[in-house]
Ligand binder design. Structure first.
Ligand SMILES: NCCCNCCCCCS
Ligand SMILES: [Mg+2]
Ligand SMILES: [Zn+2]
Length: 348
């Protein structure tokens, strides 16, 4: 509603997450999800004078636990200490999971608990990960508060990202599902219906799972075919929701090489579904790993396409919170992410 320039929320505490390893292709590489991602976006926000930049307020654990289980939150808080106490030489990396026919119970041992509380092995944990993840959730909740207090939209410059995190699973560089936490906060503040639109290249598996049996939060994701890319085991078009939630999940899947001219047709389908749903607020899980030069993805969006994306989202006319998700071409991430905001604000 408020025509003032969009505010950005950012926490320097994101840099407390500085793992040195990512398991990839049988090697421990420099993580794609690196601190310079957030710093580059912040620099672009300043360079473009997008609007005011605020540090987050502290919201504590309660709004996080509206989405994540208390045992999972407690696990994340002590994981690194537990790992060190077990005398491990490297960073905490899950390496064992309950495969088919095994039992989903919570072991005492740290290796067992790492496996119980994760779905993938590329997301190392080390000193400061907990603090950064907590700050990222506070960034998202501060943006939600700005919108609830009357801003038309706000940009939660979150790091680490969140859309792959389930109620009690980390993975895909995600720990707390910031978009889900924002949606639940809107619901807890009396917004009857909320839509979450995930435009990250990857399926928002955590977000889908968290709301899968609910009709009050509509979850939509456009993404690369999970038959070919992460998260591999969720995100197919036949996943429509379950029980009360049937019809309130929508997956739109595209193949390698998809350009904006094709991808934007899916965006249109998503926007039409949102308009039918008539939500009281919109959360956009914004990944820009749909970019043509992204190192781990296979869509072909160009930087100017993010202006068009922002313009289309503004046409929905909803109170909107953007939560930063993926995007791994660090040189281009600032232009691409801020283009969405500038497009939303009317720049073409
Ligand atoms: N080397 C590619 C493996 C990628 N695995 C995790 C991808 C997470 C994307 C988060 S938006
Ligand atoms: Mg997506
Ligand atoms: Zn992604």
């Amino acid at each position: 509603k408020d025509p003032r320039p969009m505010k950005t929320v950012f926490s320097p505490l994101h840099s407390r997450r500085h793992v040195r390893t990512e398991l990839d292709g049988g090697l421990l590489i420099e993580p794609h999800e690196k601190p310079s991602r957030a710093e580059t976006i912040l620099a672009r926000v300043k360079d473009q004078a997008l609007g005011e930049i605020l540090e987050p307020e502290e919201f504590g654990l309660a709004p996080i636990q509206r989405v994540h289980t208390p045992d999972y939150v407690a696990f994340l808080e002590t994981c690194w200490q537990d790992w060190l106490a077990a005398g491990k030489p490297g960073e905490a990396i899950p390496a064992v999971w309950a495969g088919r026919g095994m039992r989903h119970r919570i072991p005492k041992d740290i290796d067992g608990r790492l496996g119980y509380y994760s779905f993938a092995a590329e997301t190392s944990i080390s000193e400061g990960t907990w603090e950064a993840a907590r700050a990222s959730a506070n960034v998202a909740l501060t943006a939600q508060k700005l919108v609830a207090d009357g801003e038309r939209a706000a940009f939660a410059l979150c790091r680490p990202p969140g859309h792959h995190a389930h109620a009690d699973l980390f993975g895909g560089y995600c720990f707390f599902n910031n978009a889900a936490i924002v949606a639940q906060a809107f619901r807890d503040q009396g917004y009857g219906k909320v839509a979450i639109l995930d435009v990250d290249f990857h399926h928002g598996n955590g977000t889908q799972a968290i709301f899968y049996d609910r009709a009050d939060v509509l979850t939509i994701s456009l993404h690369g075919d999970p038959d070919l890319v992460f998260p591999h085991f969720l995100g197919f078009e036949d996943e429509l929701g379950e029980g009360t939630g049937e019809g309130y999940n929508l997956n739109i899947v595209y193949p390698p090489g998809t350009p904006y001219s094709t991808w934007s047709q899916g965006l249109e389908t998503a926007c039409e579904r949102i308009e039918v749903f008539k939500p009281d607020a919109l959360v956009v899980a914004l990944g820009v790993d749909t970019f043509e030069h992204d190192p781990i993805s296979f869509f072909k969006l160009a930087s100017e396409d993010y202006l068009s994306l922002g313009q289309r989202l503004a046409q929905l006319g909803l109170p909107t919170v953007f939560t930063m998700e993926g995007g791994y071409d660090v040189d281009a991430i600032g232009v691409n992410a801020v283009n969405v905001m500038q497009g939303f604000e009317g720049k073409s």
